[in-house]
Design a protein around this ligand. Structure first.
Ligand code: GDP
Length: 458
């Protein structure tokens, strides 16, 4: 009898457990590592601290606690949480090393449910939370699935203007050396592919974010593999490449990249996500100027194709997508004074809304917020006779204590003229010192959590 009772109890427990996979992405330096570190840190402190008032389950004191669990996907590296915390909580706090590949971490959250059925069955329920980190650059590759090698090459040459054209010069010179019809020369192809990859890296270093193929700049475990060694070529679309020619090899590698890298990512990773947060650093392109800002907008637009689930969409042809909520978060809000946070949100909305509205995003809820995963500044006012103006205070990366008003964030998409008249100087700050047993300081991580998992903790 006892055994049956135990079995029934076990069964009921299992059926009350739920599971959600939250994916975190953003272009490099958008703040993914800082965000995941803070998210895990905030949740691990729910039993001892009350630093998440905007997460309804913690505000109502229904979260009993969180603990780490072994991750479910054994083929993916673990997110380096402990290493990140060691960096952040030393005597000389520093930002953690950014991640360059996909990684994962799992938490179990024990909570008291508000749902009648769950309450009847047991006093507590568990939410298993997988948090997956992957580079946003990988999403820039989706359009490749709809283009053959000729079309893709054309699109890359078509993008060469302004700063891009300057940066591409060395690669274009190298390209001249390739006789596409000659017999495959592995060394030559490798060297030109390296030159093309350097051009893509140079784009990123010059704040141009739209780079294809995205894996070339963040190769992860594929570093050095021939599948990442191709480059756009000039040839006639009708031209049939000779067997074993350089062109035949470029086409073969491109096709391999389409199936083994791009499709594989969507099938094995993307299709398993339930919710997605896209982190966007709007401030850095504002600092960098018009070309960079427009480029970031274009990259975001491209990135949103992955959430276009209309029946005939590319994503839908690949797999049955299940993401039902996407959150766009403007990160590093602590770089500006709190009165500018609403402008930051409306700027981000302007960047993503048009693309969102014109596309068919079936059954996906979307929202925009501004956050600071790890708050590195204090806010206050600087007195100036009668007047006082808002200010932030922090320690620069060079170790200099600073109090400043970094400027206004434009509420709307700025025109090119904007950069002629206004200069932006958003300074980067070191993380603040925090005690080992205290949660990391944050801005609106609780609001973010409410959006992402609030309904799962009901
Ligand atoms: P990733 O490449 O997307 O993983 O980006 P990281 O998380 O490594 O963040 C890149 C840099 O942005 C960090 O080294 C910090 O300098 C800065 N950063 C990230 N999040 C915050 C934040 O919440 N506040 C501040 N002030 N800086 C941040």
């Amino acid at each position: 009898m006892k055994n049956i009772k135990q079995e029934v109890n076990d069964f009921l427990h299992r059926s009350m457990d739920s599971h959600v996979r939250i994916a975190v992405t953003g272009l490099s330096r958008a703040g993914k590592t800082a965000f995941i570190t803070s998210l895990v840190n905030q949740l691990l402190h729910t039993s001892t601290h009350q630093q998440l008032p905007l997460l309804s389950a913690t505000r109502d004191k229904r979260v009993i606690g969180a603990k780490r669990e072994p991750q479910s996907n054994m083929m993916v590296p673990r997110f380096a949480y402990d290493e990140a915390m060691n960096q952040l909580q030393g005597n000389n706090p520093n930002w953690p090393e950014p991640t360059r590949d996909v990684s994962e971490i799992r938490l179990a959250l024990k909570y008291k449910s508000t749902k009648k059925t769950k309450k009847l069955l047991s006093s507590t329920a568990t939410l298993h939370l997988d948090i997956i980190d992957y580079p946003g650059e990988w999403l820039l590759d989706l359009p490749l699935l709809d283009m053959d090698f000729h079309q893709w090459s054309q699109s890359q040459f078509g993008a060469l203007s302004g700063k891009r054209l300057e940066l591409a010069k060395a690669w274009l010179d190298e390209l001249e050396k390739v006789d596409l019809n000659a017999e495959t020369d592995e060394h030559l192809l490798q060297s030109v592919a390296e030159s093309y990859t350097q051009y893509l890296h140079a784009c990123k270093e010059h704040d141009l974010h739209w780079v294809q193929p995205g894996r070339f700049v963040l190769p992860g475990e594929l570093d050095g593999a021939p599948v990442l060694q191709f480059f756009p070529c000039r040839f006639d679309a009708e031209e049939k490449p000779a067997r074993n020619s350089n062109l035949a090899m470029m086409k073969a590698r491109y096709q391999e990249y389409q199936t083994k890298v791009v499709k594989a990512f969507y099938k094995h990773h993307f299709s398993t996500f339930d919710r997605q947060i896209v982190l966007v650093d709007c401030l850095q392109p504002l600092n960098a100027g018009n070309e960079s800002f427009m480029d970031m907008r274009g990259a975001l637009e491209q990135l949103m194709h992955s959430f276009r689930y209309g029946r005939s969409s590319l994503v839908n042809r690949l797999f049955a997508p299940r993401i039902d909520k996407v959150l766009f978060a403007a990160t590093k809000a602590d770089h500006v004074t709190p009165d500018q946070h609403s402008n930051l949100v409306s700027l981000l909305q302007q960047m993503v809304h048009p693309a969102w509205q014109t596309a068919s995003f079936e059954n996906i809820e979307m929202s925009c917020m501004s956050i600071a995963s790890i708050q590195a500044t204090q806010t206050g006012f600087i007195g100036n006779g009668e007047q006082s103006i808002p200010a932030i205070q922090g320690v620069s990366l060079m170790g200099e204590a600073m109090t400043l008003y970094p400027g206004e964030v434009p509420k709307k998409l700025p025109s090119a003229a904007y950069w002629d008249s206004k200069g932006f100087e958003f300074t980067a700050f070191k993380p603040m010192y925090s005690e080992q047993d205290e949660p990391l300081p944050h801005v609106r991580m609780d609001k973010t959590l409410e959006y992402l998992i609030g309904d799962k903790l009901k």
